[in-house]
Design a protein around this ligand. Sequence first.
Ligand SMILES: [Zn+2]
Length: 268
Amino acid sequence: MVETVKGIVLRETPIADYDKIMTVLTAEYGKIAVYARGAKRLKSPLFTATQLFTYGEFTVSRTKTTYYLRTGELIESFYHIRDTLEGAALAAYIADVAADIAIEDEPSPELMRLVLNSFHVIATKKKPMALVKGVFELRAAAIAGFMPNLVACEGCGNSDLDVFYFDVSCGTFRCEDCYRVSAMLSERFAERRNENEGIYPTGQLIAILSASVFAAMRYAIYSKPERLFSFELKDEALSDFASVAEKYITCHMEKNYATLEFYHTVKD
Ligand SMILES: [Zn+2]
């Protein structure tokens, strides 16, 4: 069967001298493995559309396990992702997480849109990389089934606070009073408490967040896809946002990504 799909090249594995197998994220079929024969030849008509991070339209013939690439048309190369090492490293990490979350033969239009939007913002450099990364991490975790509840305090239902005690492993938060009450239940907590993080009675990680950081988290989770990156955060608030988003996805995906470690070694 021959069909046409639009997709983003998330990974490529070289095969022999000139072939490669690509992991492609599509809206209709989730992630698919596409065998691209001869695509590594500079003169191949498949060369341009099969580069890493490229968004393209692919004509493929399908067998039970593999898609074979017949033609590839470039839609967007996101070439300027590679202008900085930090941008390229972040895109590699995003591609890694997306390939992990996407499921074969399960439609993933939301994830596809998130990756496209993230790549676009990296390439245009309109936002700090730390902001792009944090938004992607929170939203990707939610798409993967780990939607945090950022609406109201678990204990009293208040939502408008100055300080938020966010429980990273549960994805919920408490106000300071409710947090203290629950914390008092454990002597262990009192021993382990420090300025920024505490150990909860059950051992979860607590991030103590300002109103502006928490507003950014709410934005990343609840805003419409087209408005996803339309907010500003600076300095300490931005680094707190990036830090809690990374803790959140790392905790829930239960995985250490080599591409994330690399990003940290090259970021400014
Ligand atoms: Zn409360």
